[in-house]
Write a protein that binds this ligand. Structure first.
Ligand code: PGA
Length: 240
């Protein structure tokens, strides 16, 4: 059985000390939890570039079963590209990278061509690509591990897509792209997590705002775990 993903996107939030506090509080919650909430999950946290190293050190320090992801990547290899963070640099501290988030598309003018280059660089060093698309017609590059369906109107608005629609779009994306794991992002909270996780065609969620508070994020993972335990998890993720 493949596990479901809960991926926290911190965006341009949290400075050094706050990163430390987040991990300390999250680790505290995990150590007090009687159940193994990670049994059916892969939990990934995506801080800003400058804190990737710190976050990966804290994961080791607290022996947390979570992985680290970056929020962006250079479309170029190492070399004379001032300001860029290359795939091989990211790979030193992370296993995942988010590419094509709608905020990158909107505020930094990133288009398919550059996003495809980014995905190529990420794959070349073995990073798992979490490729964000705003709808089912957006192009998806080859070799993407996870597609995140994130309708722009649902991001940071408190108005999530309905779980049923998200599941339907996920099915269509799988059909079209051949990518077997599609997750949903856009105003995911502890209130709606169970309904998203229950959808067989969704392989998880990508919360932004709700991942900033370690207690909320922990709750999301916990509720999701309870939901997976209750349902017939053997069959989850296998239907396309
Ligand atoms: P949100 O962000 O959960 O704050 O809506 C999700 C995202 O942009 O990935």
């Amino acid at each position: 059985m493949s596990k479901k993903y809960v991926i926290g996107n911190w965006k341009s939030n949290k400075k050094g000390e706050e990163v430390k506090i987040w991990f300390k509080k999250f680790a505290d919650k995990v150590s007090r939890s009687k159940k193994n909430i990670f049994k059916h999950h892969k939990v990934v946290v995506c801080p800003a570039f400058v804190y990737l190293e710190r976050a990966s050190t804290l994961v080791k320090k607290y022996k947390l079963p979570i992985e680290i992801g970056a929020q962006d990547i250079s479309p170029y290899d190492d070399g004379p590209y001032t300001g860029e963070v290359s795939a091989s640099m990211i790979k030193e501290f992370s296993e995942y990278v988010i590419i094509g988030h709608s905020e990158r598309r909107q505020y930094f003018g990133e288009k398919d061509k550059i996003l495809f280059e980014k995905a190529k660089r990420a794959k070349s060093v073995g990073l798992n690509v979490i490729y964000c698309v705003p709808d089912k017609v957006a192009l998806v590059p080859p070799n993407v591990s996870i597609v995140a369906y994130e309708p722009v109107w649902a991001i940071g608005t408190g108005k999530a897509e309905t779980p049923e629609n998200a599941a339907e779009v996920a099915r269509e994306i799988k059909e079209k792209t051949g990518v077997s794991q599609v997750i949903y992002g856009g105003s995911v909270t502890e209130k709606n997590i169970a309904d998203f996780i229950k959808q067989k065609s969704l392989s998880g969620v990508l919360p932004g705002g709700a991942s900033l508070d370690p207690e909320h994020f922990f709750k999301i993972v916990k509720l999701s775990a309870a939901c997976l335990k209750d349902s017939n998890v053997e069959h989850l993720n296998t239907s396309r």
